[in-house]
Design a protein around this ligand. Structure first.
Ligand code: FES
Length: 123
């Protein structure tokens, strides 16, 4: 019931870990299931130069976090903010309907990390 891409990103997640000197960190919990995702970003000249994630969650949550880090890396903050859970799910060739809520975490955590970065930039 999972696509090959989901299985691949679940079995071999990209960009797992932490960035100790991250410029922005976003953490979100999924109200539906209680799973948690944290995304760390490094930013230079408004571009996401590095990104890592830690997810305590189901396979779909891990696959979507892995995919969104790949999609966001090298993107301008403005473009990264436009990434939606739907786009992440599409990039993974779809998620089972009952697992769509899992993809919310990835987009929300990324957006939270960007918001955190922007807050820290203000004097
Ligand atoms: Fe919790 Fe998927 S079941 S994120």
């Amino acid at each position: 019931m999972y696509s090959e891409k989901v299985m691949d990103h679940f079995a071999n997640p990209r960009n797992v870990g932490e960035i100790p000197d991250a410029d922005g960190v976003g953490e979100v919990g999924n109200p539906v299931c209680g799973d948690i995702m944290k995304i760390y970003i490094k930013v230079k000249d408004d571009v996401i130069t590095d990104i890592k994630f830690k997810t305590f969650g189901c396979g779909a949550a891990i696959a979507t976090s892995s995919m969104i880090t790949e999609m966001a890396k090298g993107k301008k903050l403005e473009e990264a903010l436009k990434l939606s859970n739907r786009q992440v799910a599409e990039a993974l060739d779809g998620l089972p309907p009952q697992k769509m809520h899992c993809s919310n975490l990835a987009a929300d955590a990324l957006h939270a990390a960007i918001a955190d970065y922007r807050t820290k930039q203000r004097p």
